[in-house]
Design a protein around this ligand. Structure first.
Ligand code: SF4
Ligand code: SF4
Length: 368
């Protein structure tokens, strides 16, 4: 196993982390706890969970396993998404109880989607409650998980509230995240990456993603994890494990790890552009929009149509769950064309916004 220091803290964690969001049959607490213990025996020491994961059983499963581990041999991370300080405190106390620990090593202000959302976490008292909990010794380090992009993420990280950040980063979406990773590294934060296999898309489409594989990668999963670990700014890649085989596969990457040569990173970026014709790279040159549209987020949702197929839900789910943006915002476009002139990929942004509006209507009609 490779161990890396989490940002400015002196905490060493395993470069492969256990993401507790994909337990099979979550009601089987003991059986799933065995999976966690198996990972620990394979020298994984970072365990990430959250209230609500796996029918709200994930914390209980992880806690059952942690109670069987030697204190000091593991690091645990959990989260809360409420902007309300009192609710965060209640959630934290419940997490402590479920996890069976006196102190949470890393507590994340969970899923900050926008600058407004970040403001609400401060105004609502969540940040203050967390700082107080740290002073009281209930939390060791404060982190956040975010899907924000570029400048809005930069502004938040510049406030230096957090010691670490958890963000979605993988061989497909990394152009969207490069700046956030660089900003977090500039602040010497721990950087935990989630979604390393792009929600299973990479292994499910192994042939299509074969271009990320180097000669010495046995398969695309290996290549995808190696890609992440090759970025020295990244502390750990979280994998949502469902089986011992998946744990073995990920641990093998850490055991045999050699970093990718620097030019491969750029090559893969170029190949993404070639392989996925019309793919938005999240560069942000189309901004600002006079109507305030968050064009890269909307175009990322359209990327899902390119990657996953034409179903309207691929667009609406991405906007709802990843970005917290409604499809109806795309209807605010007045067709000025400013963004299309600036787009580095020459994308038909206006036409795509129309498709996004349509996708939203289609999904809404189905749920009526
Ligand atoms: S064309 Fe639409 S999305 Fe593009 S800049 Fe103009 S209003 Fe914004
Ligand atoms: S300029 Fe084009 S490629 Fe870059 S973020 Fe905007 S839409 Fe995407």
């Amino acid at each position: 196993m490779i161990y890396r220091t989490y940002g400015k803290t002196e905490k060493q964690i395993s470069a492969i982390g256990f993401g507790g969001m994909r337990f099979p049959d979550p009601e089987q607490i003991e059986k799933n706890a065995e999976l966690v213990l198996y990972a620990h025996a394979k020298e994984i020491t970072y365990f990430d969970t959250a209230p609500g994961y796996c029918k709200d059983k994930s914390e209980e499963i992880i806690g059952t396993a942690l109670r069987q581990m030697t204190p000091g041999s593991f690091t645990v991370s959990t989260k809360c998404s409420s902007p309300d300080g009192k609710e965060l405190r209640t959630s934290l106390e419940r997490s402590l109880e479920r996890l069976g620990v006196d102190c949470i090593d890393f507590f994340n202000i969970w899923c900050i989607k926008s600058a407004e959302d970040w403001e609400s976490r401060k105004q609502g008292g969540a940040v203050e409650a967390l700082l107080k909990a740290r002073d009281e010794g209930l939390v060791r380090h404060i982190a956040c998980s975010t899907h924000m992009m570029r400048d809005e993420a930069t502004a938040m990280l510049d406030e230096e509230v957090f010691e670490g950040v958890t963000l979605g980063y993988n061989a497909v979406n990394f152009p969207f995240r490069e700046q956030v990773v660089a900003d977090a590294a500039r602040h010497r934060m721990g950087i935990i990456t989630m979604n390393p296999l792009n929600g299973g898309l990479i292994p499910q489409n192994a042939e299509r993603f074969d271009f990320i594989r180097s000669e010495d990668d046995p398969d695309v999963v290996h290549a995808a994890l190696r890609f992440i670990l090759s970025n020295p700014a990244i502390t750990a890649a979280l994998v949502g494990f469902s089986s011992k085989e998946e744990i073995d596969q990920a641990v093998r990457v850490a055991e045999t790890f050699t970093p990718l040569p620097a030019q491969r990173h750029a090559e893969i970026q170029d190949q993404i552009r070639d392989q996925f014709d019309g793919f938005c790279t999240g560069c942000g040159y189309c901004l600002p929009c006079p109507q305030g549209l968050q064009i890269p987020k909307l175009m990322d949702a359209y990327n899902q149509r390119i990657l996953r197929g034409p179903a309207a839900e691929h667009i609406t789910d991405n906007l709802k769950w990843l970005w917290g943006v409604g499809t109806e915002t795309a209807a605010d476009c007045i067709g000025c064309g400013q963004c299309e002139k600036a787009c580095t990929q020459h994308l038909p942004i206006i036409e795509r916004l129309g498709e996004i509006v349509e996708a939203g209507r289609e999904v809404a009609a189905k749920t009526k």
